[in-house]
Design a protein around this ligand. Structure first.
Ligand SMILES: [Zn+2]
Length: 125
């Protein structure tokens, strides 16, 4: 699946491509904000110039949803039933919805723009 394909990013600082591996991601605890517990910001670090760029936020709730998703995924692999597939899909959807909600709520609070919003804004306004 995704694991075989290295995902590369172009650094906004030096313009070089770097592989978005586990080593390129660093986690930094941030202050808890309005209803979000254990806020952790994940940053992408350029392997060429060490520039740090925001990737996404994690919260306690999001970690729980992600754990559930991982459990459902394992069940799907071993059970291979329609029921397991349904539960995995539901967990995936819930995680995606919460992930988007968290990013949308926290980015403005920490003065960050969505990477996609920046892209969408080009050529627009
Ligand atoms: Zn760089």
């Amino acid at each position: 699946m995704l694991d075989n394909k290295p995902f590369t990013m172009t650094c906004a600082g030096c313009g070089k491509d770097f592989v978005l591996s586990q080593e390129a991601l660093v986690e930094r605890p941030r202050d808890n904000v309005s209803g979000h517990q254990n806020v952790v910001e994940t940053l992408m670090v350029c392997s060429h110039c060490s520039r740090e760029d925001h990737a996404y936020f994690m919260t306690a709730k999001l970690v729980r949803f992600r754990t559930t998703l991982q459990v459902r995924q394992k069940e799907l692999h071993t059970l291979k039933t329609q029921r397991a597939l349904k539960q995995w899909r539901r967990a995936k959807k819930r995680h995606q919805v919460e992930f988007d909600r968290v990013q949308a709520q926290l980015r403005p609070l920490f003065g960050l723009e969505s990477p996609t919003a920046v892209l969408e804004g080009q050529g627009g306004s």
